[in-house]
Design a protein around this ligand. Structure first.
Ligand SMILES: O=C(O)CCC(=O)C(=O)O
Length: 254
């Protein structure tokens, strides 16, 4: 199986809608290797992960890890050379019509029955003004996903309406953010293992809680325009929570 080539139809769809599903993009065997590395993160989550939905009622030592947040890059040195990484970087550059570089990845694992949604947000709401129209995300689920176990939902065309006001999620001790969206424009994207989604850094998106009896595992890959310089120029709602120390930091605003 070869990785899919970018077509004019992909590009036109992405420009209009701000998101795209690419079906059967990544071979199952490549996903098996990626998933095996992610399983280490689940097993050692107390040491290698944060709880992105850390309940403010829980102390640091007893976080229930409703969303395990880590990165396969920390347990897999050769990850940058993997074919899926090369492919998504080239494909995303074509979608954005920008020269993009891989920036960072995250493993986001939702345990069976006790997770939360990843609430509506825009990636630029986290990253700040430095990434103004300069970022894109490729989201890779490691099992079939639908609305019952945490698939992607996008606000169709929402990348053309600027950055919405975000806020911290009530009851969370983590730095997870959310914003209000026009849910009438939401598109639900159930996809099979092997398929992926792309979204523009201004596209509002969310994933539902995992109500199934298996883990929902996903690897999300963030890319930026070469020279964008990473996050910065932050919006007023941005905070960092360091879950090793418990420290909350407010960055310099843009
Ligand atoms: O997997 C998730 O729960 C959310 C992923 C996400 O928000 C992203 O990839 O930007």
């Amino acid at each position: 199986m070869t990785y899919p080539a970018l077509t004019d139809r992909h590009r036109a769809f992405f420009i209009e809608h701000g998101w795209l599903v690419v079906e059967d993009a990544i071979p199952q065997a490549d996903l098996d290797v990626l998933e095996a590395h992610c399983d280490i993160l689940v097993d050692k989550k107390e040491k290698l992960a944060f709880d992105w939905a850390w309940d403010a009622k829980e102390d640091k030592e007893n976080r229930s890890f409703r969303i395990v947040q880590s990165s396969p890059s920390i347990v897999w040195k050769e990850i940058a050379e993997q074919p899926y990484r090369q492919w998504l970087t080239a494909f995303a550059s074509g979608l954005m019509n920008l020269k993009l570089e891989f920036w960072y990845d995250q493993f986001l694992g939702k345990p069976p029955s006790r997770s939360t949604p990843t609430y509506w947000h825009q990636d630029e709401g986290y990253w700040g003004r430095n990434l103004d129209d300069k970022g894109i995300t490729c989201w890779i689920p490691l099992q079939d996903v639908d609305a019952t176990n945490g698939c992607m939902h996008f606000i169709d065309g929402g990348h053309r309406a600027g950055v919405l006001t975000h806020r911290r999620v009530e009851g969370m001790a983590s730095d997870i953010l959310t914003c209000d969206v026009d849910e009438a424009r939401a598109v639900v994207c159930p996809i099979r293992r092997g398929s992926v989604t792309f979204h523009h850094s201004k596209t509002p998106h969310m994933t539902t809680a995992n109500t199934s009896n298996r883990w929902r595992k996903a690897v999300t890959n963030h890319l930026q325009a070469v020279g964008a310089g990473g996050e910065g120029g932050h919006y007023p709602w941005k905070v960092y929570v360091n879950q090793r120390t418990g420290e909350v930091t407010v960055p310099e605003r843009g």
